[in-house]
Design a protein around this ligand. Structure first.
Ligand SMILES: NC(=O)c1ccc[n+]([C@@H]2O[C@H](COP(=O)([O-])OP(=O)(O)OC[C@H]3O[C@@H](n4cnc5c(N)ncnc54)[C@H](O)[C@@H]3O)[C@@H](O)[C@H]2O)c1
Length: 249
């Protein structure tokens, strides 16, 4: 399959670790020049250095995706280094769980802000480049939680919201040869997930409900992102690719 990714330029948010870091590596392996960016400057630099040491063409720019000035700097630094940007992966995000009666305003705002405002800020900042060059790919990292998870009204709402965002932006941008899609991961045992207090329970639930009888890993998600970012997926837009080992409920 011809992916057409060689020499493309990508920004992967939240790529200091986890799914974002592995996605950045998977894109780099296809010849993409990648901006590693995370709210955490230390992991941004560690991931950048690891990829650079393996000979990949990468830069690191720390950025909080909820801050539009930092996002403007992220895109400016990318364009300065690589000339333009073709691919945006909106990956930064996390849960802050709690049943609704005990959920604080802060936990609602934080989760919704990082996932939705973050995707909005980053997409708005790259779209002028996409429109000018008549090419662009946005891949939003959603979650199986968009179907709803108890204890996750904030996270489920934000991840369902990102699917509406995906379709609406795809409708706006299609005429510029820009596709916008989402990947909805199931349970992936990243550091974030391993830190959950109920980690063993959710892991066993995943193993019981997946139709593919194993846990998912970051590469499973990265593979889907690489495909949706590629020329091979040029006729797919507004779509949500569930990478859940066959689990929907
Ligand atoms: N791991 C899973 O099981 C799973 C399942 C479904 C969806 N997801 C989604 O995948 C994405 C990546 O998750 P992960 O498991 O790799 O988590 P992770 O915590 O390992 O990685 C997320 C990264 O985002 C960064 N980040 C947090 N807030 C940020 C901000 N404001 N600006 C920029 N970066 C910020 C973190 O520092 C971290 O490096 C998230 O959107 C998550 O919701 C994960």
């Amino acid at each position: 399959m011809e992916l057409g990714l060689k020499d493309k330029v990508a920004i992967v948010t939240g790529s200091g670790r986890g799914i974002g870091a592995v996605t950045a590596r998977a894109l780099a392996e296809e010849g993409v020049r990648v901006t590693i960016t995370d709210i955490d400057p230390a992991t941004t630099e560690a991931t950048r250095a690891a990829l650079a040491a393996d000979g990949f063409d990468v830069i690191g720019v720390p950025c909080d995706v909820t801050d539009k000035d930092q996002v403007a700097n992220l895109v400016a630094k990318t364009v300065e280094a690589f000339g333009t940007v073709h691919i945006l992966v909106n990956n930064a995000g996390f849960p802050r769980d709690g049943y609704i009666g005990k959920m604080s305003d802060e936990d609602w705002d934080l989760v919704v802000d990082v996932i939705l405002k973050g995707a909005f800020n980053c997409s708005r900042a790259v779209v002028p480049h996409f429109m000018e060059q008549k090419y662009g790919r946005v891949v939003n990292i959603a979650s199986r939680a968009h179907f709803g998870n108890p204890g996750q009204v904030n996270y489920s709402a934000a991840k369902a919201g990102i699917l509406g965002f995906t379709r609406a932006l795809g409708m706006e941008q299609g005429r510029f040869n820009v596709t916008v899609n989402a990947v909805a991961p199931g349970f992936i045992a990243t550091e974030m997930i391993e830190a959950l207090p109920n980690y063993e329970t959710v892991k066993n639930k995943s193993l019981a409900l997946n139709t593919v009888p194993r846990l998912g890993n970051e590469r499973d998600i990265a593979n889907g992102v690489v495909f949706l970012a590629s020329d091979a997926a040029g006729y797919i837009s507004g779509e949500t690719l569930h990478i859940t080992g066959g689990r929907f409920g």
